[in-house]
Design a protein around this ligand. Structure first.
Ligand SMILES: Cc1cc2nc3c(=O)[nH]c(=O)nc-3n(C[C@H](O)[C@H](O)[C@H](O)COP(=O)(O)OP(=O)(O)OC[C@H]3O[C@@H](n4cnc5c(N)ncnc54)[C@H](O)[C@@H]3O)c2cc1C
Length: 809
């Protein structure tokens, strides 16, 4: 065994093997994999090996596409048979909503070049004669689906990595991990110690235990999962003889099951409602290539549907039932990337679909480690999307919810209930009393909209306009014509202090720093010029700053700032130690002025001012800006003052017709002002030039990514963020939700990042990236919304107040 290596990958399941392989592909060959038993000894060996490209997140779908496409290559290079069966797959819809979802998935796949087709139930029956047509209205057919041999794939990755110089030590458990002061690691194993620059946790079923070795409580939980294999079936043999190939895979929403051919019989797996976590607190180290006791009663409801939908199954004997555990994160996506706050420590775990995702996880993690950048948009898989609030019990609640909803649609306006409410601010009860409909982001409850008195605060979930539509319209009118009050605590807030803070931030930010008492907007880039964050920067002293950013990116951004920290600079995540309320609308100044001694006249308190003033008796930082694009203020206070602040403003606002507004109205208001948002318009795959963040980009100082920006400016961006007015179907209006393809002249040329109905301007609006040569105002496009291509015109400027007079008034 080597005593030192550049990387130690812990875990020889399909994921660890893929990471090892991809590291060697990128030229890191001093790499080892340490496996406590034998390769595949965790979840991998008993997996059903199914693979598909379909995923709710197009970026994850793209990585799944990569994974599926990789198997022939590793089979060829390793000589190891991967048991590849590319039979194609049918996702079967039994009702209109599911068919809509499939059409949307098909549309999302278009700009990724995914070759999927929606077909009728009759066609589905022709391709998969075992199904009973009456239970379906159609299906999505994807050629890039099939199944592989789990152990063959793992061994093929391992063999390719070994060919390139990687070493694999089996029957060698990692029992401890100790970090040295220089950030390198001593990996303590049963076979000796390895000094490593980097460690990768690919521990699968034991990822949690490996995390605990360094004091991390990872949001990972294993669930029991069952599939059964039938005896050989005459129907299967007939189909094979008649067509010369195997039956395609099937995913059946109603039955919450998947089905595929296995040998001469069928394999049927379920995601049952009565799901059961496995080893919820600790995974025993003694568990070794074992199976769990099957419990057919638990999956009986799914079997009952299966026997209806595929009657031949009811007639055939069951040959084997497999029950095995595999892991999930609270949202079902993997945990990948560098652990915030821990140097040289990488995650590749919670991969619930190792045969669809393992390749993509290995590829992106290896790029991240070798190049400092994952190379793809892996926001949905970043380990930093969870904070410390994702405790063991939270994870348990969310994973069970997620497992039982595996075949359920989550609508774009749907808020899932498990694990909530968890984080609340002091005004939670006040807002609940005003009939708030709540959503949650990064664990924190925030008001989406305020249902009318006497009606139940609940939103109908739909792909179209919900019962919130008219109420949100009123909230928008309140803001644009009178004054609205909302909570804005769901920003990430940071404080940067200490000698050298200004110099440090200036080197990170694309905009010049504001003067003391002022705010401005800025981006932060990586060396390749991609956007790693966008922030409001408020300066309160020479070396004293507040930064405001997207809350969902709090851990992601903290990791980035922490990784660049300079001596003497202090970077604090404020979390809920600073909470906020925001007043917006033409009456905002009058309301706030009535409760403060500070003059708010524009000459004294102009747009983008940020100062410490008293509001009533409450010490507050008040920034004159809001995301609504109207006259407005964000008022930041310690949490113990927030209720008093709410009561004070609510009372003071009564003569001005104050009303509450929520996040849905905010999204509508920001759209008509053409304000982009993090994780949609601004993501690490875009550049500030593409995103048209020119106002935040000042080339008069040096900053990370500047050379790349200059080069892009010189050659011109390949794509540009466009702003569109969309014409929805008048019969059944639906607005964009994000990720819809944008068509031009009969081809897909781009994709929507976000959009909303702009109530006050009465227009449906969207943002999306298109080739720069097409980003010409007035150009007509089409946006595919639920299977319909709707006209969309590229607009030159915000539909409301393009000169920005309202916010400067
Ligand atoms: C019944 C069933 C059916 C499934 N069907 C499918 C399917 O059809 N398609 C699909 O894509 N996925 C399927 N899966 C899920 C799939 O099995 C997992 O996504 C995949 O195996 C995860 O791989 P992994 O490498 O992350 O974890 P694991 O396979 O659990 O591997 C982790 C490895 O790390 C080792 N290890 C842990 N700790 C240490 C340590 N301290 N020292 C050394 N070694 C350590 C373990 O021994 C283990 O070998 C199924 C799972 C089950 C249970």
């Amino acid at each position: 065994m080597k005593s030192s290596a550049q990387v130690v990958v812990i875990g020889g399941g399909v994921v660890g093997a893929s990471v090892l392989f991809h590291l060697t592909e990128l030229g890191w060959t001093d790499v080892v994999l340490v496996e406590r038993k034998e390769l595949t000894a965790g979840s991998t060996w008993h997996a059903a090996g199914g693979m598909h490209t379909l995923n709710g997140d197009p970026n994850v779908a793209k990585l799944q596409q990569y994974t599926v496409g990789l198997y022939r290559e590793i089979e060829r290079r390793s000589g190891q048979n991967c048991g590849i069966h590319m039979n194609g797959g049918l996702t079967l819809a039994g009702d209109r909503e599911r068919m809509d979802w499939l059409r949307m998935a098909q549309a999302r796949g278009r700009y990724l070049g995914m070759d999927m087709e929606t077909i009728s139930a009759a066609e589905a029956k022709r391709m998969f004669p075992l199904l009973e047509e009456q239970y379906f209205i159609g299906a999505l057919f994807d050629r890039a689906e099939g199944h592989v041999d789990p152990s063959g794939v793992t061994r093929a990755y391992a063999a390719c990595a070994r060919q390139a110089g990687a070493e694999i030590y089996q029957h060698t458990r990692v029992s401890d991990l100790r970090q040295r002061p220089d950030g390198t690691w001593d990996v303590i194993t049963e076979g000796g110690e390895i000094h490593a620059e980097h460690i990768v946790n690919a521990g699968g079923l034991w990822a949690r235990e490996v995390g605990r070795m360094i004091g991390l409580e990872l949001p990972v939980l294993a669930m029991e999962h069952m599939y059964l294999i039938t005896e050989d079936m005459a129907e299967v043999a007939e189909y094979n003889a008649a067509t010369g190939h195997e039956l395609p895979m099937g995913m059946d929403f109603d039955g919450e099951l998947y089905i595929r051919q296995e040998g001469g019989g069928m394999l049927l797996g379920t995601y049952e409602q009565a799901c059961v976590p496995w080893s919820p607190r600790e995974t025993p180290w003694t568990f070794d290539q074992q199976l769990l006791t099957p419990d057919l009663d638990r999956i009986a409801p799914s079997l009952e549907i299966a026997f209806k939908h595929y009657p031949a199954l009811a007639e055939v004997g069951i040959k084997t039932v497999i029950n095995g555990p595999f892991t999930f994160a609270p949202d079902g996506n993997p945990l990948v990337g560098p652990v915030p706050g821990v140097r040289n420590c990488w995650m590749a775990c919670a991969v619930m679909a190792g045969f669809s995702q393992g390749g993509g996880v290995g590829l992106t993690l290896a790029h991240w480690m070798v190049d400092g950048d994952p190379g793809e948009d892996i926001w949905a898989m970043d380990v930093a999307r969870f904070g410390s609030w994702a405790s063991l019990a939270y994870t348990n609640a969310k994973v069970r919810e997620n497992y039982s909803r595996r075949f359920r649609i989550t609508f774009p306006n749907e808020e899932l209930p498990a694990g909530r409410p968890l984080h609340t601010t002091p005004v939670y009860d006040r807002l609940t009393a005003h009939n708030a409909v709540w959503g949650a982001g990064f664990g924190l409850e925030h008001p989406l909209w305020f249902q009318r008195p006497g009606s139940e605060p609940r939103e109908d979930v739909t792909f179209r306009r919900s019962n919130a539509h008219p109420v949100v319209a009123d909230e928008c009118t309140t803001v644009r014509e009178r004054v609205g009050l909302t909570e804005c605590s769901n920003f990430a807030k940071y404080r940067v202090t200490g000698a050298g803070s200004a110099d440090w931030l200036q080197r990170l930010f694309t905009n010049r720093l504001p003067r003391a008492g002022r705010i401005n907007l800025t981006a932060a880039l990586d060396p390749s010029g991609h956007i790693v964050g966008e922030f409001s920067v408020a300066r309160v002293g020479a070396d004293d700053f507040f930064l405001f950013g997207s809350q969902i990116a709090e851990a992601h951004h903290s990791r980035w700032f922490g990784g660049h920290l300079a001596d003497g600079v202090r970077f604090d995540v404020l979390g809920l130690s600073l909470v906020g309320l925001s007043l917006a609308g033409p009456g905002a100044r009058d309301v706030l002025q009535s409760v403060t001694g500070a003059s708010l006249a524009t000459e004294d308190y102009p747009f983008m001012t940020f100062r410490r003033i008293d509001v009533g008796m409450i010490p507050a930082y008040v920034g004159r800006m809001t995301y609504t694009g109207d006259l407005g203020y964000e008022i930041w206070v310690a949490p113990e003052y927030q209720r008093a602040l709410f009561d004070l403003l609510w009372q003071a606002g009564q003569p001005y017709g104050i009303g509450l507004f929520g996040f849905r109205a905010l999204m509508s208001l920001r759209m008509e002002k053409m304000f982009g948002t993090w994780a949609r318009e601004y993501r690490p795959i875009y550049t500030p030039v593409q995103a048209r963040m020119h106002r935040s980009l000042k080339l008069d100082h040096d900053f990370i990514g500047r050379a790349a920006v200059e080069a892009e400016l010189a050659r011109g961006p390949a794509r540009t963020l466009g702003y569109f007015e969309v014409s929805p179907d008048p019969a059944e209006p639906a607005d964009v939700v994000g990720d819809e393809p944008i068509w031009h002249d009969g081809t897909v040329v781009g994709w929507v990042t976000s959009g909303a109905y702009a109530h006050y301007s009465a227009r449906s609006l969207a943002f999306g990236y298109v080739p720069s040569e097409l980003a010409v105002p007035g150009t007509m496009f089409e946006v595919e919304i639920i299977g319909q291509r709707r006209p969309a015109r590229l607009l030159p400027e915000p539909v409301l107040d393009p000169a920005g007079q309202r916010m400067r008034a």
